[in-house]
Write a protein that binds this ligand. Structure first.
Ligand code: G3H
Ligand code: 13P
Ligand code: ZN
Length: 330
């Protein structure tokens, strides 16, 4: 058993209490490799932002849990070396079973998500409660989910979203004992969050997605005053990177995300954790494609991974400062 406390990590408790009070959201950035992690830490130290390092089941399979745990420990030491000790959480994203969550808790994660959102309500309650009971023994915090997001959640693909029903949230939170709740109000996973048919087009032909259901969020806030709410699927899909990818041999079509103004508005509410993965993938892939295209004789990975890391860092700093409002809060 490895405790996150020995790795210099924290759970989400105090982090979320501060975020709800302060009207900002903590960034939850996914990582699978060193350059992504370096960019996240550099950006969050430079903007003095708390951060949640998110590991999906796919990332665990890709990178190995021992390596990931030690990378997170390294991240706390790296932040210290950069000159500012920001609070860092190591979080399992979309845990799919009790066993996966237990394995992460036993391996030094300070927070886990158990995603029972695809299950019938009572099964979601029972599974989430079981994870909470185990996690809380070790002071690990737990995120549950009610409502289904469209898009890809690891191996689970939901064709259609189902908004969270505000009538269920009090019962779910009190029966399970979760520390935070992910809700579905119109966000979705991936770089194609909406079909062109669901959007309108502006005069430049850019797709404008339908607005998030802030009415549902408000109802949930009324039912659970001050309770930490989480938004998944919150990439804004920067069009500059979609363009960069397509100009350098890529083939992305109709990619559209959540407008930043809406994420800024959500951050000021009870939403205290905002999940961003796809934007990092776009920035990294766009930059790597551009460098390889422009400098075909380069074959040292640092020559393209270095610029990709810098692009990621700039993007995360922008999110912390201008979108989530987490800059200066660490
Ligand atoms: O919510 C899903 C995340 O974007 C993780 O994706 O399973 O491909 O690592 P992944
Ligand atoms: P995006 O695909 O919008 O980045 O969402 C990521 C996410 O919700 C991870 O859990
Ligand atoms: Zn998610």
């Amino acid at each position: 058993m490895v405790s996150y406390k020995d790795l210099g990590l924290v759970n989400t408790k105090e982090m979320f209490a501060k975020a709800v009070k302060g009207g900002y959201a903590v960034p939850a950035y996914n990582f699978n490799n060193m350059e992504q992690l370096q960019a996240i830490i550099m950006a969050c130290v430079e903007t003095k932002s708390p951060v949640i390092l998110q590991v999906s089941k796919g990332a665990r399979d890709y990178a190995n849990i021992n390596l990931l745990r030690n990378m997170a420990r390294g991240a706390t030491e790296y932040a210290h070396e950069l000159g500012y000790d920001i609070p860092i959480v190591l979080h399992l994203d979309h845990g799919d079973s009790f066993e996966t969550c237990k394995d992460c808790i036993d391996n030094g994660f300070s927070s886990v998500m158990i995603d029972g959102s695809h299950l019938p309500y009572d099964e979601n309650v029972a599974l989430t409660k079981k994870v909470v009971e185990y996690a809380h023994k070790y002071d690990v915090t737990v995120e549950g989910e009610l409502g289904v997001l469209a898009g890809i959640e690891d191996d689970v693909v939901a064709e259609k979203s189902h908004y969270t029903q505000p009538s269920e949230v009090i019962d779910f939170v009190s029966k399970t004992g979760v520390d935070s709740l992910a809700i579905s109000i119109g966000t979705s996973h991936g770089a194609n969050k909406f079909t062109p048919e669901q959007c309108t087009r502006n005069s430049d032909g850019i797709l404008i997605p339908p607005p998030l259901r802030f009415d549902i969020l408000e109802e949930i806030e009324k039912k659970l005053p001050g309770f930490p709410i989480v938004l998944h699927g919150s990439s804004s899909v920067p069009q500059e990177y979609v363009k960069m990818i397509n100009e350098h041999g890529g083939k992305l079509k109709d990619s559209v995300g959540i407008p930043e103004e809406q994420l800024r508005k959500a951050s000021k509410s009870a939403v205290c954790k905002i999940n961003i993965d796809s934007d990092g993938r776009l920035a990294m892939t766009g930059t790597i494609r551009r460098v390889l295209d422009e400098k075909p004789a380069d074959f040292d990975p640092r020559k393209y991974l270095g610029p990709a890391r810098e692009a990621l860092k700039q993007m995360y700093m922008h999110k912390n400062r201008d979108v989530l409002g987490s800059a200066g809060q660490a």
